[in-house]
Design a protein around this ligand. Structure first.
Ligand code: GDG
Length: 476
């Protein structure tokens, strides 16, 4: 039908994501100001705007009445309201206690609740309505992630004139797992409202296409799904990346270099610094990593007077039982390792359960000799690519094969984190390989991240979206 042209201000590019790209900061006077969230997504979006003005539709992070629309760095922010029960049922429940585990190989069992599904539909509808209001005629709409899988079809019903893309930041599961989900067809149909669907890796796109072929009455040819109504939808891999130049610049900043040297010193100037940086999430393989490290200390392969391990575990989803349980297990193991192995006056394992400013993270990356990344499943893993951007010629990465990043960073020390013995060997190899070997590997990985940075990712996604067939033949 005819697009209903809304009365309020509209935009040619609209982003929809669960969260707005800002965090609220309450000042001493109790006044709320907004600070740009750290992270590559915001940088990437700013760079694709090319001076164009765009809108971002998302939740501001607090339950209850949404703040009024506001503008920040020429990005027009349009907050979506989430009430307390939306947070519990749509966000914590359906998104993080059902979809998250199913999409990550069911590392912990997924929970299915009919109330959560209803809330997911309700909140997705609210997002679609908000986007429909701010999108200009013929606008491009970019929807992000697993929380908003119904938005493409809901939006298409309201606004058949807009071009819709969706990007999945996390893996897409094999159909055998996906099938467990009550209402699974509804998710596929929701996604198929888009013109283009982007995934981190080819196997993720392939899993999606296989699910469509197996569960819906559609035809799949190559990477295109043909729908009975004549529309078609393309699904392919567009791997996300990091702001290479921004990180490079920060890592080269004398103040950050100075801080990196200071961190080394504060850690007792050890021969080897191992580093892990993760949200405290069961997908990240923290327990496997700690097991391997503990055993290496136990066997004497690692000497705690020469080697220290720093693990940043950013607090995450603390209201969910699976996360509280994981935290307990991790902290027990950290205590055990330090109790058994830390020399007097130093710590074998420095565990930091909090988040740090960006500059401190970059200083940590620069200070670390070996980055250890052992997820059991991870859509991409930006930490690995950030480490690459922060190191010119030295350093090494132990990287799980079950991350999207492993597809591109084939010169990392790849490992299967489930195989503890091999993981231990791989850590030792990464630590003890000669500098020449580290240099060759890091240079190769650096070229990859430099050419395929986050700006490249965003442009690639939008080019794919523009090229996707929009209307069925004969409707143009
Ligand atoms: C999802 C997918 C995919 C961490 N601690 C601090 C901090 N961080 C930053 C890291 C990195 C980001 O958070 C985490 O990104 P990851 O990619 O590692 O993991 P998820 O949060 O699970 O992200 C993932 C990603 O989406 C993008 O598509 O790669 O697979 O699961 O940038 O550096 N940053 C600061 N302080 C901290 O304490 N400033």
């Amino acid at each position: 039908g005819d697009p209903q042209v809304p009365a309020q201000r509209t935009f040619d590019l609209v982003i929809a994501a669960n969260r707005l790209p800002v965090d609220a900061v309450t000042g001493a006077d109790g006044k709320i100001t907004w600070r740009r969230s750290p992270g590559g997504l915001v940088t990437a979006m700013e760079s694709v705007m090319h001076g164009r003005e765009g809108a971002w539709v998302g939740w501001a992070g607090e339950p209850g009445k949404a703040p009024r629309a506001f503008t920040q760095n020429s990005m027009h922010l349009r907050p979506v309201r989430l009430d307390q029960d939306d947070v519990v049922d749509y966000y914590e429940g359906q998104s993080n206690d059902c979809l998250w585990p199913i999409y990550h190989d069911a590392i912990v069992p997924a929970k299915f609740r009919r109330r959560w599904r209803t809330a997911y539909e309700r909140v997705n509808t609210r997002f679609a309505e908000q986007v429909a209001k701010v999108a200009a005629p013929g606008a491009t709409v970019w929807v992000h992630d697993y929380q908003l899988q119904l938005v493409p079809a809901l939006l298409r019903k309201l606004r058949s004139d807009v071009r819709i893309g969706w990007f999945n930041h996390i893996p897409f599961p094999p159909v055998e797992l996906f099938m467990q989900m009550p209402g699974r067809e509804g998710i596929l149909e929701g996604l198929l409202g888009a013109d283009f669907l982007g995934f981190q890796r080819k196997p993720d796109a392939a899993n999606f296409l296989r699910a469509c072929r197996g569960l819906l009455d559609v035809t799949v040819r190559g990477d295109v799904v043909h729908l009975p109504d004549g529309r078609s939808v393309r699904a392919s891999a567009v791997p996300i990346s990091v702001d290479y130049n921004g990180l490079r610049e920060l890592a080269g900043d004398p103040a950050v270099q100075q801080r990196a040297a200071e961190i080394r010193e504060q850690l007792g100037d050890p021969k080897h610094i191992l580093l892990g940086v993760d949200r405290l999430d069961y997908t990240k393989g923290l327990r496997h990593r700690l097991k391997a490290y503990g055993e290496l200390l136990q066997s004497g392969d690692l000497d705690p007077s020469e080697t220290v391990f720093v693990q940043v575990a950013t607090p995450s989803r603390e209201r969910l039982a699976a996360y509280r349980e994981l935290r307990g297990q991790v902290e027990l193991e950290v205590g055990r390792i330090n109790g058994e192995h830390s020399p007097i006056g130093s710590t074998a394992l420095t565990y930091l359960h909090r988040s740090f400013p960006r500059t401190e993270m970059v200083a940590l990356f620069a200070a670390a000799d070996v980055l250890i990344v052992t997820p059991l499943r991870d859509g991409m893993n930006l930490v690995a690519k950030e480490y690459v951007a922060c190191h010119a010629d030295d350093g090494a990465i132990v990287l799980s094969e079950f991350t999207g990043a492993a597809d591109e960073l084939s010169r990392a020390y790849l490992c299967n984190p489930h195989d503890i013995d091999k993981l231990k060997q791989t850590i030792l190899q990464a630590m003890h390989d000669p500098p020449g070997e580290h240099r060759r590997r890091m240079r190769s990985m650096r070229r990859t991240v430099m050419t395929n940075d986050v700006q490249h990712w965003a442009e690639d996604f939008l080019t794919n979206l523009q090229a996707a067939p929009h209307k069925p033949k004969g409707h143009r």
